[in-house]
Design a protein around this ligand. Structure first.
Ligand SMILES: C[S@@+](CC[C@H](N)C(=O)[O-])C[C@H]1O[C@@H](n2cnc3c(N)ncnc32)[C@H](O)[C@@H]1O
Length: 235
């Protein structure tokens, strides 16, 4: 991992913003991910993220915190927040912006004692992406459950991307032999350098709900977003 995502966050944080991130997937062309979006304030966040923040309570874990936008808002509201991210640059930026509790850890490496568990766990900006593949979802959900207090909640957003497989006549060009359609190969580049290809998972609501049930969790939809995205509460 070259941590180009982290390098881009650091550049922006340090006043060296000159280029945006460029992303693409195995089923979509290049797209620009503007760095200012990764430093969004509450009013610039999608409604679905605003809702997740308003529903957050107690001790909060922000998984894949990036630059710490969600954590900073919650901290200001007086909540105790811990941020984890697997990107060194992201954690450096979150700290520099004022997030008090940070850990440079991948989700599956992060464990806590029974007294340190969380009341709310946030995974935002297509939080299911972190699960990478459908076959990993149960492992990640069980791990998240192990970090959660008994009355706790996981707030996570995702998208049903089946629309990306629709052709102009409304038909689908889905190859059923290719596995779950939300499993994408994700490519990122920044300032002429390419990151190692990553897997990024989009889940439709019914698939996520079924996965939750198989590991003894409940899943309810809180709201739909503006473009096939949605927010759920898992408990
Ligand atoms: C799409 S960004 C979202 C950042 C932030 N939540 C936001 O909304 O601006 C995904 C973040 O998850 C982090 N990430 C990816 N896989 C992770 C993992 N297994 N454990 C912890 N963080 C991870 C990435 O480094 C990145 O910062």
């Amino acid at each position: 991992m070259k941590d180009l995502f982290g390098k881009a966050l650091l550049d922006y944080q340090n006043g060296n913003y000159s280029e945006d991130l460029v992303t693409s997937t195995n089923i979509s062309d290049e797209d620009i991910l503007p760095l200012p979006y990764l430093f969004r304030s509450f009013s610039e966040m999608p409604k679905l993220e605003q809702k997740a923040l308003k529903l957050s309570k107690g001790k909060v874990l922000d998984v894949g915190c990036g630059a710490g936008n969600h954590a900073l808002w919650l901290q200001k509201k007086g909540l105790f927040v811990t941020c984890i991210d697997s990107s060194e640059g992201a954690i450096e930026v979150a700290k520099a912006r004022g997030v008090i509790n940070t850990e440079l850890k991948s989700l599956l490496e992060y464990t806590v004692s029974p007294t340190e568990k969380f009341d709310t766990i946030l995974l935002l900006m297509n939080g299911t992406g972190i699960f990478q593949e459908l076959s990993h979802v149960a492992t990640y959900l069980k791990h998240l459950k192990s970090l959660l207090n008994s009355n706790g909640q996981i707030l996570i957003d995702s998208s049903d991307i089946s629309y990306m497989y629709e052709d102009e006549d409304g038909g689908m060009w889905l190859d059923l032999n290719q596995g779950y359609p939300g499993e994408l190969d994700y490519f990122l580049s920044y300032k002429g350098q390419s990151e190692n290809p990553m897997k990024w998972l989009y889940l439709d609501f019914e698939t996520l709900k079924t996965a939750c049930i198989t590991v003894g969790l409940q899943c309810e939809k809180i709201m739909d977003g503006e473009h096939f995205d949605y927010l759920v509460r898992i408990y």
